[in-house]
Design a protein around this ligand. Structure first.
Ligand code: ZN
Length: 470
């Protein structure tokens, strides 16, 4: 019955589908119509219906085509703070550097930084991200609207808090970031009502700050409200040993036991880092279907430790991947993060197969989608799913010869190898040119705002290098 018109037709060398069978289609094509993946298969089969009939055809014949990456832990505003907090453990990293910088940001600073991070994510193949902690001073409305404009798919968690500590009182939060329970909770619900579900791309989550900054009552209120609104919750937990000390002394509980006690376990929860946890806690995570975001660069850079990823996966916990932030990584390149995740486990366990490339790609795609409650919508290239797809150009010295597309993505590729990005069926980056944001404007803005912020705070005004800068 007449010609089938597809909006975008992608012709790839390898399609990593991430479907249930995990099929990789050589000389495969993808037909996209109205934002949805209509057909996936061998090009010679699909060509008769789609070749020459699409509004736009992507020649990815020297590319790997795969689902867009899902970054499950992002601090948008920290994009401006790269190299501003090197060589510090978490608490001095926060208290002396990151909190005063974030606590002095203007709304314009925060928007410039967030836009930079969005641009970097698009350019390195991330199509969906989970922001962990918006606060009022950043002007969350404009940031949410910018995320929408960028074309990305985003779950944006707003921080909720009613106390000022990080674990103990002497680790008090910077005054510029302190908010009351009423304000932080009320504003999260306001943002939810205003933006949640916008074009099926924007979601508003709860981001309880940390144990020590949230009362038991507020934790329980967050848990109940998130269930009522069918939305998610994300929080850092067990990133450092101090978390164990605090929760044991204060409540006689281990971190995951505490999370469970206050209602922060379940399929709508993403706990971040969870390095310092026991076998019993891993069982509890599995039993409650709680999701974990693993951030190996951050954990290495801050000297925090190595999360027990293979143990969690083996126990049936859904572990996804995250880049965290500018001063802890220092980039938002999830392809690079995959390699670090794999290498860390191999080295620390003296086992080259401790975390295989296949498992790491799952963490960056379908497991990330599941963590965000979106695995029926994105995370694989299958008919009926939304078209969030990236192409990776392998016709480059570092990826040739093309011996193994799965191994090459994890061990050899880099974010810069991403060529085209499609989100929700729309072309967002074409041959490395981002179509939704003006790259040179974004870079100019962030440079200006970074200098202003550093001058205002007296932090990060000079590089922290031991060598003379002349
Ligand atoms: Zn973080």
């Amino acid at each position: 019955m007449g010609a089938t018109l597809s909006d975008i037709y992608v012709r790839g060398k390898f399609i990593i589908t991430m479907n249930k069978k995990r099929e990789i289609i050589k000389d495969g094509c993808v037909a996209i119509e109205n934002g949805i993946i209509k057909e996936v298969g061998k090009c010679f089969k699909l060509d008769k219906d789609y070749k020459g009939k699409a509004d736009y055809e992507i020649d990815a014949s020297k590319h790997i085509v795969m689902p867009g990456l899902v970054d499950t832990h992002v601090h948008l505003v920290q994009g401006m703070l790269k190299a501003c907090a090197n060589y510090r453990r978490l608490i001095p990293w926060l208290k002396d550097r990151v909190w005063p910088l974030q606590g002095n940001m203007t709304e314009d600073d925060a928007l410039a930084a967030s836009t930079l991070t969005m641009l970097e994510m698009i350019k390195t193949g991330t199509t969906t991200f989970l922001e962990t902690g918006m606060v009022g001073r950043y002007g969350p409305d404009r940031i949410v609207e910018r995320a929408h404009k960028s074309g990305l798919r985003a779950a944006i968690a707003r921080h909720v808090m009613d106390m000022t500590g990080y674990a103990t009182e002497e680790n008090a939060l910077h005054e510029g970031l302190v908010e009351s329970g009423d304000k932080s909770m009320g504003d999260t619900i306001r943002l939810y009502n205003k933006y949640n579900g916008w074009d099926g791309r924007i979601f508003i989550w709860f981001g309880p700050r940390t144990p020590g900054a949230v009362s038991l009552e507020l934790f329980r209120e967050i848990s109940a409200k998130a269930k009522e609104l069918h939305t998610g919750i994300t929080m850092h937990l067990a990133e450092v040993k101090d978390d164990i000390t605090y929760l044991t002394e204060e409540f006689g509980m281990k971190p995951i036991e505490f999370a469970h006690y206050v209602g922060l376990t379940g399929p709508n929860v993403v706990l971040v880092h969870t390095i310092w946890i026991t076998d019993g806690e891993i069982k509890l995570l599995a039993k409650t279907s709680t999701n974990i975001s693993h951030n190996p660069s951050c954990n290495s850079k801050l000297g925090s430790g190595i999360a027990r990823v293979p143990d969690m996966l083996k126990a049936g916990v859904n572990v996804a991947l995250g880049c965290d932030g500018g001063p802890s990584n220092d980039n938002y390149d999830l392809i690079e993060e995959m390699k670090i995740a794999a290498l860390l486990q191999g080295a620390s366990r003296l086992d080259p197969e401790a975390l295989r490339a296949e498992e790491v790609i799952e963490m960056a795609t379908i497991r990330g989608a599941k963590a965000l409650g979106l695995d029926s919508v994105i995370g694989s290239i299958e008919p009926g799913k939304k078209a969030d797809i990236i192409t990776i150009n392998y016709w480059e010295p570092k990826l040739m010869p093309m011996n193994d597309p799965i191994s090459h993505i994890v061990y050899a590729a880099h974010g810069d190898d991403v060529s085209d990005v499609i989100i929700d069926g729309k072309l967002i980056m074409k041959e490395r040119r981002v179509l939704t944001l003006n790259e040179s404007e974004v870079l100019k803005e962030v440079e200006k705002h970074a200098r202003e912020l550093f001058e205002r705070t007296g932090i990060c005004t000079q590089p922290e290098i031991k060598w003379p800068l002349i």
